[in-house]
Design a protein around this ligand. Structure first.
Ligand code: IFM
Length: 448
């Protein structure tokens, strides 16, 4: 098979559209005690029995800290325009207020290595690995962490400046706040509703606080944030209560994040439903949170089906539904639907980059040394076409990044789930490009 986009697709124009692949520091780097890096909340979480499947941790991961040149060569050979990576705050500021040259050196080498290979660096400043000493001080429940993030973002952008084409303040505040502080499924593992809302607010505040210095330090770069969405669908579209359940899901998990950024307000319905748990912003907070962004990164994997009066994890799907190895339903239409919905709801929606999209598959290497990840290939093809459809509907989508370049540490699922276009043998650290990598490479060649 091949990834087939219509001939008239804007995605096939290099001028109009950026293609890339994405990773994140904690998921690939390893070397988590090297060159002065301090403990992060994810190191602590992994070391806590029962939190991560099989007790897996980020000690070695893909050993990217030592193999970054080989990994950049893989990206260059893929033929994409850009590489989205994240910076580990624990390497940069290993003790409060001290800035670690060796940490900066690593990311400078990495960024320069991309530029040498003609790859545009897309840098995420926070992909969940908060220094543990900040968590010991309250983490994202402490408003001061927002100011600490702004200082860290200032330092990093002073050093990397315009060498980076695009900065994202945060990756998926929903995961950091909701999974980290409300359900406890992710580090640091807290479980209160009010804590979840407080963490969201402080993360969004941190993002807004950081933007002015980022713009000053890197005036030629674009600056934005990456949000993840899983649009709600009513189990029974003819049942008013199911329809309302889907609406409430979107209000909380989609608009609860994008509306404060684009409109300076949390959805009113959240104050009604969570009267005592919802945060009351301080004066001026919402102006800071809604400082303009140049682009919005969207991470999309699947939709959520809602039935009234059932818990959020009501998982009943159509009989013919197909699932990935994470049991996530494959439903590409919901990506097109989501993009249109956001475009219709927010008149000031900035240009969109799909900063993550991909599938976990139970991959293995066959006798001939190859990895045929057919389901992932079909997943990419259908989602690329969903993006193309949304562009034709009038949505301003300017880029697409596959998640992920490599198999890597999949958070609470440890190494049990593989999202890579490249298979990683964790014993030998050998990298084997999968069929999905080669199809992406072919698609890159078809562009003008
Ligand atoms: O692996 C994660 C990534 O860190 C954030 N977005 C979703 C991916 C798949 O779960």
């Amino acid at each position: 098979m091949k990834y087939q986009l219509p001939q008239d697709s804007k995605m096939l124009s290099k001028k109009e559209f950026t293609f890339g692949v994405a990773t994140a520091a904690f998921q690939i780097e390893g070397a988590n005690t090297k060159d002065g890096r301090c403990e992060s909340i994810w190191d602590r979480f992994c070391a806590t029995p029962g939190k991560v499947l099989n007790g897996d941790d980020g000690t070695q991961a893909c050993d990217h800290y030592h193999r970054w040149q080989e990994d950049l060569d893989l990206i260059a050979a893929l033929g994409v325009d850009a590489y989205r990576f994240s910076i580990a705050w624990p390497r940069i500021e290993p003790t409060s207020g001290s800035w670690n040259k060796k940490g900066f050196d690593f990311y400078e080498r990495l960024v320069d290595g991309m530029l040498d290979r003609g790859i545009k660096p897309y840098c995420t400043l926070y992909h969940w690995d908060l220094p543990q000493y900040l968590e010991d001080n309250g983490g994202w429940l402490n408003r001061d962490t927002a100011h600490r993030f702004a200082e860290y973002a200032d330092r990093v952008t002073q050093v990397l400046g315009d060498r980076v084409a695009s900065y994202a303040t945060f990756n998926e505040p929903w995961c950091a706040a909701y999974l980290g502080y409300r359900t406890g499924m992710h580090a640091p593992g807290h479980q209160t509703v009010a804590g979840g809302f407080k963490a969201i607010h402080h993360i969004l505040l941190a993002s807004g606080l950081a933007l002015p210095a980022m713009r000053e330090n890197a005036p030629g770069a674009s600056h934005g944030i990456v949000l993840n969405f899983s649009p709600g669908y009513a189990y029974d579209a003819n049942d008013a209560e199911d329809v309302n359940a889907a609406k409430e899901h979107d209000e909380e998990h989609t608009h609860g994040y994008i509306k404060p950024i684009l409109e300076g307000q949390y959805p009113e319905g959240l104050y009604q439903r969570y009267e005592s748990e919802m945060i009351q912003p301080e004066e001026g907070d919402m102006e800071i949170i809604s400082r303009p962004i140049d682009y919005l990164g969207i991470n999309f994997y699947n939709r959520t089906i809602l039935k009234a009066n059932k818990p959020d994890d009501f998982n009943v799907f159509p009989e013919d539904a197909e699932f990935t190895d994470f049991d996530w339903e494959i439903y590409p239409d919901s990506l097109r639907y989501l993009l249109n919905d956001l475009n219709n709801t927010y008149p000031n929606l900035p240009p969109i980059i799909i900063t993550e999209n991909g599938a976990a598959c139970a991959d293995s290497i066959d006798e001939s040394g190859k990895c045929h990840d057919d389901q992932r290939c079909r997943y990419y093809n259908s989602h690329l076409n969903a993006v193309d459809g949304a562009i034709k509907d009038g949505v301003n989508v300017r880029g697409y990044f596959g998640w992920s370049l490599l198999d890597n540490f999949e958070w609470a699922a440890g190494y049990s789930k593989r999202f890579g276009m490249t298979y990683v043998d964790y014993e030998t650290q050998e990298r084997t490009p999968k069929s999905s990598y080669y199809l992406y490479q072919e698609l890159m060649k078809e562009r003008d």
